[in-house]
Design a protein around this ligand. Structure first.
Ligand code: LRH
Length: 470
């Protein structure tokens, strides 16, 4: 018979996709059947995700997939940290905020009024970022003080889509571990943190492992999409966790990864969390991977800055700009971690020019010049992250696997090789989708749990970038 087929739904902060794939002969093949844009929507002073539009696009993708034959399973991945609250009728309370909503401004500076920073880091192992779920929930409570008395349930966004698909309420570990409400040592919600900040523990569902079978599609969804007999499996629901699960690394420990999308995640995989004073000072995060591993990484701004510039320039084709940028020889690099680059807006190119001017550098305001400064800035920042992680974890990085959209950009890959003096191995672009599909395949026994990286090595078409200084 033909191999079991799986659907991966991946929502990213700039676009979503529905893919259909299968493992055959030790290789993964998949097609992206439906791509759709995603962009946070400003309304008043807030910034929201249009979940209903995403849900419509997802169902559209599922209908295309069902037209191609039976599907064994479906799983959902999304970006981390964002959440929905349910009221007593299991409807979301208000709209789902984007983590870039300015409501969290200043909140992380007040956390230590409730809990010393060192204690909060000890309890969660999570880097301090304004986008984290904890500061978001505190901002939400500040805006509506009775919020937690109306909320019955807390779900992360992949859990929300799973609930809409199959009616099962559960939070999957990998995405839960991005919240700053989760204890990566006990692998459970952190009672210490929830109690200290007055967030009701009762809102938080049971945690499930990546690869857990949640249940069959709701009859209405099966009828609407034409999918028959398809089950929902929670993959590693955090997009970064799925991407890292699918890194096509050879055996050995001397490698690091960069997952380069809207955000840039750079780090290493470890068997257990590393929560130390040095890790806290370096603002390094401990997120959950598959099979109980820890993703020790730093989260810094990624292609978002460039995406916003492109939007400001009227969304021109990026290839010619990248070519022109690669042909320049300027060394100017922005610092992508500057807070002023964290918010959307067509003023992004101007913010970059102003920031450079304040550093004494006058840039030509052309797309190629600005793009080069952004990409060189991303490379320098990711190199700094990896150097810090190597130091804190007593690790030595010789090879760097880069996956996600950034792995397509030669200028970025070469700049990372040059800044780190390590070989950069680029690809695949769609690592999150691949990891999502392969965790499902492993869950129903199509492949062995340890076979995900071997399958990726057999499948992926990789490109190498050697440091020019070598
Ligand atoms: C990347 C990512 C990242 C963070 C951020 C909010 O898409 O998931 O790991 O959690 O989005």
């Amino acid at each position: 018979g033909s191999a079991a087929r799986h659907i991966a739904i991946d929502l990213g902060a700039s676009g979503g996709r529905v893919a259909l794939g299968a493992v055959e002969g030790g290789r993964l093949s998949f097609d992206i059947l439906h791509r759709f844009p995603n962009r946070a929507v400003p309304l008043g002073a807030s910034l929201y995700w249009n979940m209903l539009e995403l849900w419509r696009e997802i169902r559209h993708g599922l209908r295309i997939a069902s037209g191609q034959g039976p599907v064994a399973s479906i799983g959902v991945t999304t970006w981390g940290v964002d959440y929905a609250l349910f009221d007593a009728d299991a409807l979301t309370i208000g709209m789902v905020h984007s983590h870039r909503d300015r409501r969290t401004e200043g909140v992380i500076d007040t956390l230590d009024e409730t809990m010393p920073r060192a204690d909060l880091y000890q309890a969660t192992g999570v880097q301090f970022l304004p986008i984290n779920t904890l500061p978001q929930l505190l901002a939400a409570k500040r805006a509506s003080p009775d919020l937690f008395s109306r909320a019955t349930r807390f779900l992360m966004l992949p859990d929300l889509i799973h609930y809409w698909l199959c009616g099962v309420v559960a939070c999957e570990h990998t995405n839960a571990s991005t919240t700053q409400l989760y204890d990566p040592v006990r692998r459970d919600w952190s009672n210490t943190v929830l109690t200290a900040f007055g967030i009701p523990r009762a809102m938080f569902p049971n945690l499930v492992e990546p690869g857990t079978i949640l249940g069959p599609l709701l009859p209405a969804i099966a009828a609407d999409t034409g999918l028959v007999g398809t089950i929902v499996i929670a993959p590693a629901t955090h997009d970064t966790a799925s991407a890292i699960a699918a890194i096509p690394a050879e055996a050995g420990e001397d490698w690091a990864y960069i997952s380069s999308g809207t955000w840039c995640l750079a780090g290493i995989e470890r068997p257990r969390p590393l929560i130390s004073e040095a890790a806290r000072r370096a603002n390094i995060t401990n997120e959950q991977g598959i099979a109980g591993t820890t993703r020790l990484l730093k989260n810094t701004s990624g292609l978002f800055i460039l995406q916003e510039c492109l939007r400001a320039w009227g969304d021109p084709p990026i290839e010619p700009i990248l070519q022109d940028a690669a042909a320049l020889c300027s060394d100017v690099a922005i610092d992508p971690t500057e807070p002023e680059f964290a918010h959307p807006g067509v003023t992004m190119p101007d913010r970059i020019l102003r920031w450079c001017a304040a550093c004494g550098v006058v840039l030509d305001p052309t797309p190629a010049v600005i793009t080069r400064a952004v990409l060189r800035g991303l490379a320098a920042s990711v190199a700094a992250s990896l150097a810090e992680i190597d130091q804190v974890a007593d690790h030595h990085t010789n090879r760097i696997h880069i996956v996600g959209g950034g792995s397509r950009i030669d200028l970025l890959c070469q700049a990372i090789a040059d800044c780190t003096n390590a070989t950069v191995i680029a690809g695949p672009v769609e690592a999150t989708t691949a990891g999502n599909l392969l965790v499902q395949a492993a869950s129903i026994g199509v492949i062995a749990p340890g076979a995900i990286r071997p399958v990726m090595r057999a499948t992926a078409d990789l490109r190498r970038f050697i440091p020019t200084t070598r």
